[in-house]
Design a protein around this ligand. Structure first.
Ligand code: BES
Ligand code: MN
Ligand code: ZN
Length: 493
């Protein structure tokens, strides 16, 4: 699907395909809806009054097929919520909703009209995000199940301004697509080396990408990360991505958990739902997506992205519960449960990041604990941080981007739970209570006092079913938009 911006000029109506217009909560029609109503000699009003349960609420639609007076296949009225304060967010939701409503109709074109440039650009973003599909392995899908929309035309007053406003949003959408693709790929295809290759290809955007193999990581002393991957025939990789466009400013850094498949290792997971553990690399995919977005829109910032890529498998060489490993920081770790592997990967990735780059701050993202799903469900990611300013910046970006966060505590008293008799630390707390917190406290041991935030995205990386029109079922790309927003608002020079 592609986007086209088209100039609105009075008296010219879209032809062919579907046209969607907004109707607000009090029944008030948008300007475009009024124009369609006039063109259909009141046909839209008649349809709305024949649909008394349509109240203009988001999610509601009324459809007119081949309306007399218009040269279109269908006219769709989409509930747009309250008219007051209608802005970018509503425009985005409207276009996404409209796309979802007509995507299988057979129409090849969807027209939406948004007068202002900012709303037009956001509508284009909404349609793009709604149109994401991971269909590369579907070979026998019936034609009528495939989306028919080839073009979304956004009719707007100032095409040049809309295109300018859309440029960074297009870069964001492409980055979210990249992130969603990584998360969706099956784990036999996307193992660490293949993942690293796909990220290396981002050098075409102007990013610098280094890939460290197991020998280099061993030289650096990354016994914690390497222990996780040692039961897999696939080599572990550490990918270092740099975007340098912020002059001599101190870099900001993002670190992601990239477990391309998490069987649990010797502490094997139950079979039911284990296939979901292909998306245990969602944190790293958010970091890769963010770097894609920053490069795509030429953000004025120096940013580092680090991906810790491993496969957690239970072969004859696999790490055992009871093993003691030495991390790059020098701290030793007793492995209690090989399924608490994400923190072991991040321990070395975080230490390496602060040691090499001396960043202003580090934000890590990880599908770290099942416990965060128990705490917060599937709409909020957990935020843990040693720094109030960084937390506030993340929470502000969360509000602005719609990717929800909820801050949880890092109580010192719980540190007792990760003390070990034989090593400096152990990799789990005591039992299930506060499992996301003890995981975060473990990570904190590896940030060396640098301002840091940890986002536990185990509940938000994957949505099935999704209730949001801009997120099709499956990979969300959670974190890309949030962090891109934070960088835009707070960290560009
Ligand atoms: N990748 C899982 C966490 C997870 C669970 C993500 C469900 C998405 C959905 C992580 O590696 C894990 O297994 N964590 C354990 C930790 C426990 C052994 C202390 C967990 O949450 O059960
Ligand atoms: Mn695990
Ligand atoms: Zn995991």
């Amino acid at each position: 699907m592609r986007i086209e911006f088209v100039a609105s000029d009075a008296g010219r109506f879209p032809s062919g395909g579907a046209v969607a217009v907004m109707v607000f909560e009090n029944g008030q029609m948008s300007a475009a809806a009024q124009a369609m109503d006039a063109a259909t000699s009141g046909g839209l009003s008649r349809a709305l009054s024949a649909a008394p349960r349509f109240a203009g609420k988001p999610g509601q639609t009324v459809e007119l097929i081949a309306p007399a007076g218009l040269d279109v296949q269908r006219l769709l009225a989409v509930g747009a919520g309250p008219a007051a304060g209608m802005g970018g967010e509503a425009a985005e939701r409207f276009a996404a909703q409209a796309y979802g409503a007509v995507k299988l109709s057979g129409a090849k074109v969807l027209h939406v009209a948004l007068a202002g440039a900012e709303e037009a650009a956001r509508a284009a973003l909404g349609a793009l995000l709604a149109a994401y599909r991971f269909d590369k392995y579907l070979t026998t899908e019936k034609a009528e199940k495939k989306p028919s929309i080839e073009v979304v035309t956004v009719i707007t007053d100032d095409v040049a301004a809309a295109e300018a406003a859309f440029a960074p949003l297009k870069a964001l959408a492409e980055a979210i697509y990249f992130s969603r693709d990584l998360v969706s790929e099956p784990p036999n295809v996307l193992f660490p080396a293949e993942y690293a290759r796909r990220v290396k290809a981002l050098e075409s955007l102007g990013l610098e990408v280094e890939v460290l193999g197991e020998a280099e990581m061993a030289r650096l002393g990354m016994g914690s990360l390497l222990g996780v991957g040692q039961g897999s025939i696939r080599d572990s990789q550490l990918v270092v991505i740099q975007w340098k466009n912020g002059g001599d400013s101190q870099p900001i850094a993002f670190v992601g958990k990239g477990v391309t498949f998490d069987t649990g290792g010797i502490s094997l997971k139950p079979a039911d739902g284990m296939e979901d553990m292909k998306w245990d690399m969602g944190g790293s995919a958010a970091v890769a997506g963010l770097m894609h977005a920053l490069a795509g829109r030429k953000a004025k910032v120096n940013a580092i992205g680090i991906l810790g890529l491993v496969e957690n498998m239970p072969d004859g060489n696999a790490q055992r519960p009871g093993d003691v490993v030495t991390s790059m920081s020098g701290q030793t770790i007793e492995i209690i449960n090989t399924d608490a592997e994400g923190r072991l990967v991040l321990a070395d990735a975080l230490w390496y990041c602060q040691d090499r780059f001396k960043p202003q701050f580090m934000v890590d993202l990880a599908t770290l604990t099942g416990a965060i799903i128990i705490s917060l469900g599937n709409d909020y990611a957990g935020l843990f941080s040693n720094d109030d300013t960084l937390s506030e910046n993340l929470l502000a970006a969360s509000k602005a981007s719609g990717e929800a966060l909820w801050r949880l505590p890092l109580p010192d008293a719980y540190n007792k739970q990760i003390e070990s008799m034989v090593a400096d630390l152990k990799n789990t707390g005591n039992g299930r209570a506060g499992g996301s917190i003890t995981a975060a406290l473990f990570l904190q041991k590896f940030v060396n006092g640098v301002p840091w935030a940890h986002l536990d995205i185990a509940g938000t990386a994957w949505k099935k079913p999704s209730t949001v029109p801009t997120i099709p079922d499956g990979a969300v790309g959670f974190g890309v938009r949030l962090l891109n927003q934070m960088v835009t608002d707070k960290y560009e020079v």
